[in-house]
Design a protein around this ligand. Structure first.
Ligand SMILES: C[S@@+](CC[C@H](N)C(=O)[O-])C[C@H]1O[C@@H](n2cnc3c(N)ncnc32)[C@H](O)[C@@H]1O
Length: 216
């Protein structure tokens, strides 16, 4: 196992994180034990963050002491790996769907660094009391106004990084995805977020990119 970023491990072309909850799988992933440490395999077809890492993410803003605002938690597939990585930090995880939240709560109960919030990422004022010490915002909501949502939430970021998963078809079904990604970058720059990298997520996710930006 090679540690490619703090808390992120690679063996061959497979990614792993150290399991925070020994013996427990979250989405049927493989568990492996190496020298007494249990790791969970991280599937890039199920998690855009894993896809971005395998596709050459150069700076990994999420590290052992990050406090992450995660928008669009769904059932918690990616959140669970972020929870493995931020051993000394925490995740404020927002999800709008009560159905997805039901499953997500079972995960959050077992992982003491996750604060689950049933809420709308369009309205950060509803959960602003949790945002004081956030230093990374990760967003994966697949909505037409996804850059606007990120800009609204980034107002609560004093300084740090944002990671935006852009699904071009959610913004415009016919427009060339590369054009959609360029326009998203311009909108983020206009709101004070400076682009570090744009990572294409093919072949793991079609017409998706991750935009990594920072706020000084
Ligand atoms: C593509 S899925 C997220 C997958 C998840 N990030 C993962 O990798 O495990 C998008 C999620 O965003 C949620 N969502 C959509 N609009 C939202 C909003 N305005 N606020 C919060 N969550 C939202 C959806 O209900 C859905 O669960």
């Amino acid at each position: 196992m090679i540690e490619v970023f703090p808390g992120v491990f690679k063996h061959g072309n497979h990614l792993f994180t150290r399991n925070r909850v020994k013996g427990k799988r979250v989405y049927g992933e493989k568990l492996v034990v190496v020298r007494g440490v249990e790791y969970r395999e991280w599937n890039p077809y199920r998690s855009k963050l894993a896809a971005a890492i395998l596709n050459g993410l150069s700076v990994m803003p999420i590290t052992h002491n990050s406090n992450v605002l995660y928008l669009g938690a769904a059932q918690g597939t990616t959140v669970s790996h972020v929870s493995d990585i931020v051993v000394d930090g925490y995740i404020v995880a927002v999800e709008i769907s009560p159905k997805a939240m039901e499953d997500f709560l079972l995960l959050a109960k077992r992982r003491d660094n996750i604060i689950p919030i049933l809420g709308d990422a369009n309205k950060p004022e509803m959960y602003e009391e949790y945002l004081d010490d956030i230093n990374v915002i990760y967003q994966d909501v697949a909505q037409p106004n996804q850059t606007e949502i990120l800009s609204k939430n980034a107002r609560y970021l004093k300084h740090g990084y944002t990671m935006l998963c852009v699904k071009s078809r959610s913004i415009d079904v016919v427009k060339n995805p590369k054009k959609v990604f360029r326009e998203s970058v311009s909108q983020l720059e206009a709101s004070g977020l400076k682009t570090e990298q744009v990572v294409d997520l093919e072949p793991y996710e079609k017409d998706h990119a991750m935009i990594i930006s920072h706020k000084d």
